[in-house]
Design a protein around this ligand. Structure first.
Ligand code: ZN
Length: 129
């Protein structure tokens, strides 16, 4: 199995779960606040639908929640290392800054994880034409 065929590749590169070639989102900057919610309706390469049913990405919210939980623990651990006493205010400011700052990335990344969990890889031989 080459690198490109792994789910890890498709998730981190935010590629189509079916062919691992088409992009899920327009634009390559996944940290940009402009149009980060824009997502292609179908794969540009294999025509896989990226929203097979309404509310498809409801579950992606839980993925996003999981990512934020990891961030929460990481922030707390780092703060505990660098300051003598971690206060609630310190914690809140750090968490809000990071979570809001990573919002576009988190939004796209959780959707990428979600659709890659649901759709199986079928190889690159399924091109439209
Ligand atoms: Zn595709």
């Amino acid at each position: 199995m080459s690198n490109k065929e792994s789910k890890f590749y498709a998730i981190t590169k935010m590629k189509c779960p079916r062919c691992h070639e088409g992009d899920l989102f327009p634009g390559s900057n996944h940290f940009s606040f402009s149009k980060f919610t824009h997502m292609y309706k179908t794969c540009q390469v294999c025509n896989q639908s990226f929203e097979p049913e309404p509310g498809y990405y409801f579950g992606a919210m839980f993925v996003s929640y999981g990512i934020n939980s990891v961030i929460f623990v990481a922030v707390w651990a780092i703060l505990a290392l660098i300051v003598e006493e971690v206060t609630l205010t310190m914690m809140m400011v750090a968490i809000v800054t990071i979570v809001v700052g990573l919002l576009p990335f988190n939004y796209r990344f959780s959707r990428s994880i979600w659709i890659n969990m649901m759709v199986k890889y079928k190889g690159t031989s399924l091109k439209k034409d």
